[in-house]
Design a binder for this molecule. Structure first.
Ligand code: NAD
Length: 495
């Protein structure tokens, strides 16, 4: 869709910003009336004051979710009814998708063209899970003839979801769509940096026919609203996407409370291994730049460690730098923008600090490294590339979550595997080669939840996403994610 800057500015003027929590089918202030400032990273200006939920608000939301679940207003209707309502919900998201895309860009600074694509994936995702609902079966076990042993999957009841800021609506859809499809009630906590789209769609959930109490949104800080949810005695399951550091806390909160089930999608430091026999090195350079600087590098499965074969290092770097120039930051509301701001001033400082660390560690700064568009008041960092990085350096080991690429050289396949696996993370690895045997062999040896061969994207609802090691456990997307929101029950009948 071709859109002009002027049209996007108009969308911005008309976008509806919801500032209140959504509990039991109604928008409401936090009980103590407290709010936090929502700053747009585009220009550093406060655009809203959002309800800051605390324990008491979380208690209300969980209680509403519990009552709705126990009454069976959602869990006990027919699968077909649930499917139709989720479809209606998706249709409303689709009908408002340009507004939602504009809100997403205002909220966290991603290019408007990317936001539009992501919101499309959101309503398609809700449909994917809606469609799956009445196509799932239980099982009857093979026992002796006098027994009928049925194994069914039941929803947990109340599912809490804690969402990060990098894909504010999409990460929420990854969680609430399968959780609702399975029949649970949900309480969602958006990241304090990016609550706008999730708050906006709450009323669409109600309009679509999702009963009161089944879909709740409690904006607030991690240490207050998030912790209250994770420690809550009446939440049955918590699903979290965010940093590994907070993911570990979530596991502790579960153990300190009611042993609620936990699934975690956490950080990544993904290797992108380029062999000289890749089918088209020019295209690999182009795709690497695109994947690396998408969303200003604030992506858990960004290819942040480029492992390049020594024989092609210099020529590949030259191409990569040329393609990376296309990602010089612009105003993200400009349809011509391919890389916008980073999410907050704090995140920008963190990224700039890592750039200083890289220089001090002895890596060679080949491109970028600075804050730009300072006059805008927003938070913009150049696409940045370090070469001559050693995998022991902090810029190779720690998740920067910004547009900073570390280039590491290798000579043999074994060395590439060793470097790739030398990480606390295990989310995703990319491999570029036209040798099928080598690709399959690497796929077996790389310790990650996801291996992409000659590709940078797995944006399909039918495949699972999730990590090994400290990248977390549990899987989003695909049928596996619906299973994650259910538990098996055996009914053993003596005939
Ligand atoms: P974060 O861990 O700081 O925050 C994530 C969420 O947790 C936010 O909603 C926050 O308010 C909440 N939170 C913070 N402290 C909490 C606490 N003590 N108790 C309960 N909740 C708390 O992460 P972030 O900065 O928002 O997001 C970036 C991180 O998310 C990166 O590490 C990135 O890799 C990860 N991420 C992972 C995936 C994946 O699928 N693996 C996807 C997107 C982002």
């Amino acid at each position: 869709m071709s859109l002009s800057f002027e049209e996007v500015k108009k969308l911005k003027e008309n976008a509806e910003i919801k500032t209140q929590a959504f509990i039991n089918g109604k928008y409401a202030d936090s009980l103590d009336g407290d709010t936090f400032d929502k700053v747009s990273p585009i220009d550093g200006k406060v655009i809203a004051k959002i309800a800051s939920c605390k324990q008491a608000d979380v208690d209300l939301a969980v209680s509403a979710a519990r009552q709705a679940y126990e009454k069976g207003v959602w869990s006990d209707i027919t699968p077909e009814q649930r499917k139709n309502i989720l479809y209606a919900f998706a249709n409303l998201v689709e009908a408002h998708h340009m507004e939602l895309a504009t809100l997403e860009t205002m909220d966290m600074g991603k290019p408007i063209s990317n936001s539009i694509g992501e919101i499309r994936r959101c309503f398609n995702g809700i449909r994917w899970f809606a469609e799956a609902i009445d196509k799932l079966y239980g099982a009857v076990a093979t026992t002796r003839p006098s027994i009928n042993a049925q194994i069914v999957r039941e929803p947990y009841g109340v599912v809490a979801a804690i969402i990060p800021w990098n894909y504010p609506l999409m990460m929420a859809v990854w969680k609430f769509a399968p959780a609702l499809a399975a029949g649970n009630s949900v309480v969602l906590k958006p990241a304090e940096q990016s609550p706008l789209t999730l708050l906006r769609i709450a009323e669409f959930a109600k309009q679509a026919g999702i009963p009161d109490g089944v879909f709740n949104v409690v904006p607030g800080y991690g240490e207050t609203a998030g912790q209250a949810l994770a420690l809550h005695m009446d939440v049955d399951k918590i699903t979290f996407t965010g940093s590994s550091e907070v993911g570990k806390l979530i596991m502790q909160y579960s153990g300190l409370s009611n042993m609620k089930r936990v699934s975690l999608e956490c950080g990544g430091k993904c290797p992108n291994i380029v062999f000289p026999d890749a089918y088209d090195l020019d295209d690999v350079a182009k795709q690497t730049a695109g994947a690396m600087f998408y969303n200003s590098g604030q992506v858990c499965d960004s290819p942040t460690r480029l492992l390049i074969h020594k024989s092609i290092k210099e020529s590949f770097l030259k191409k990569l730098i040329e393609y990376s120039k296309e990602y010089m930051p612009k105003n993200p509301l400009d349809p011509a923008c391919s890389m916008g701001s980073v999410v907050t001033g704090e995140q920008m400082e963190r990224i700039l600090n890592y750039i200083e660390i890289g220089k001090a560690e002895g890596a060679k700064l080949k491109m970028g490294g600075k804050q730009v568009l300072c006059e805008s008041g927003g938070y913009y960092v150049e696409p940045t590339i370090f070469s001559d990085v050693n995998n022991n350096m902090r810029i190779a080991q720690e998740e920067i979550f910004g547009p900073v690429l570390s280039v590491i050289e290798f000579e043999t396949e074994e060395e590439a595997i060793e470097i790739a696996n030398d990480s606390i993370y295990g989310l995703c690895a990319f491999v570029w080669t036209s040798d099928l045997k080598k690709a399959v062999s690497l796929s077996k040896k790389l310790k990650c939840g996801k291996i992409l061969i000659n590709s940078t994207g797995d944006g399909d609802w039918s495949v699972p996403h999730g990590g090994f090691k400290q990248s977390g456990f549990g899987r989003d997307k695909s049928i596996e994610s619906i299973e994650q929101y259910t538990q098996t029950k055996l009914t053993w009948i003596e005939l």
